[in-house]
Design a protein around this ligand. Structure first.
Ligand SMILES: [Cu+2]
Length: 87
Protein backbone atom coordinates (compact mmCIF):
# COMPACT_ATOMS: atom_id res chain seq x y z
CA UNK A 1 0.00 0.00 0.00
CA UNK A 2 1.12 3.59 -0.48
CA UNK A 3 2.62 5.79 2.22
CA UNK A 4 3.46 9.44 2.65
CA UNK A 5 5.50 11.38 5.17
CA UNK A 6 4.56 14.59 6.92
CA UNK A 7 6.74 16.56 9.31
CA UNK A 8 4.69 18.59 11.75
CA UNK A 9 5.21 21.31 14.29
CA UNK A 10 6.03 20.12 17.82
CA UNK A 11 3.02 18.52 19.52
CA UNK A 12 0.95 18.62 16.30
CA UNK A 13 0.87 14.91 15.47
CA UNK A 14 -2.53 14.27 17.09
CA UNK A 15 -4.05 17.35 15.50
CA UNK A 16 -2.72 16.55 12.02
CA UNK A 17 -3.67 12.90 12.40
CA UNK A 18 -7.22 13.87 13.31
CA UNK A 19 -7.39 16.12 10.25
CA UNK A 20 -6.18 13.22 8.12
CA UNK A 21 -8.85 10.96 9.63
CA UNK A 22 -11.49 13.58 8.83
CA UNK A 23 -10.36 13.99 5.23
CA UNK A 24 -10.13 10.25 4.51
CA UNK A 25 -13.79 10.08 3.44
CA UNK A 26 -13.52 13.06 1.08
CA UNK A 27 -13.57 12.12 -2.62
CA UNK A 28 -10.50 14.26 -3.29
CA UNK A 29 -8.43 12.81 -0.43
CA UNK A 30 -6.46 10.36 -2.59
CA UNK A 31 -5.68 13.05 -5.17
CA UNK A 32 -4.47 15.23 -2.32
CA UNK A 33 -2.22 12.37 -1.14
CA UNK A 34 -4.05 12.33 2.21
CA UNK A 35 -2.18 15.47 3.22
CA UNK A 36 -4.67 17.67 5.08
CA UNK A 37 -4.55 21.43 4.87
CA UNK A 38 -2.87 22.67 8.04
CA UNK A 39 -0.32 25.37 8.84
CA UNK A 40 1.05 22.89 11.39
CA UNK A 41 2.42 20.69 8.59
CA UNK A 42 5.95 21.86 7.90
CA UNK A 43 6.86 19.52 5.05
CA UNK A 44 5.16 16.65 3.24
CA UNK A 45 5.81 14.34 0.37
CA UNK A 46 3.14 12.78 -1.84
CA UNK A 47 2.05 9.18 -1.60
CA UNK A 48 4.73 6.72 -2.59
CA UNK A 49 3.59 3.46 -4.14
CA UNK A 50 5.14 0.07 -3.29
CA UNK A 51 8.47 -0.33 -4.99
CA UNK A 52 8.90 3.40 -5.47
CA UNK A 53 11.29 5.73 -3.65
CA UNK A 54 10.90 9.32 -2.57
CA UNK A 55 13.23 11.84 -1.07
CA UNK A 56 12.08 14.73 1.09
CA UNK A 57 14.71 17.44 1.26
CA UNK A 58 14.27 20.27 3.73
CA UNK A 59 16.16 22.49 6.10
CA UNK A 60 15.69 21.46 9.72
CA UNK A 61 13.57 23.86 11.76
CA UNK A 62 15.71 26.55 13.41
CA UNK A 63 14.04 26.12 16.79
CA UNK A 64 15.16 23.17 18.94
CA UNK A 65 12.37 20.76 19.68
CA UNK A 66 10.73 17.45 18.93
CA UNK A 67 9.10 17.47 15.49
CA UNK A 68 6.78 14.53 14.84
CA UNK A 69 6.65 12.84 11.46
CA UNK A 70 3.89 10.53 10.38
CA UNK A 71 2.21 8.80 7.48
CA UNK A 72 -1.36 9.99 6.97
CA UNK A 73 -2.53 7.25 4.63
CA UNK A 74 -5.79 6.08 6.28
CA UNK A 75 -5.20 4.03 9.38
CA UNK A 76 -1.45 4.56 9.50
CA UNK A 77 -0.58 7.60 11.55
CA UNK A 78 -1.12 6.15 15.01
CA UNK A 79 1.57 3.52 14.44
CA UNK A 80 3.59 4.83 11.51
CA UNK A 81 5.27 7.78 13.12
CA UNK A 82 8.44 9.04 14.68
CA UNK A 83 10.14 12.16 15.96
CA UNK A 84 12.82 14.37 14.43
CA UNK A 85 14.81 15.88 17.30
CA UNK A 86 16.36 19.28 16.61
CA UNK A 87 18.98 20.27 19.20
CU1 LIG B 1 1.80 4.59 5.76
Amino acid sequence: MPHNLLLTAPDAAEEVGALADAMAAEPSAMARHYVPASPRILHANPLVEPGQRAELVFTAPPTPGRYPYLCTFPGHWRMMSGVLIVE
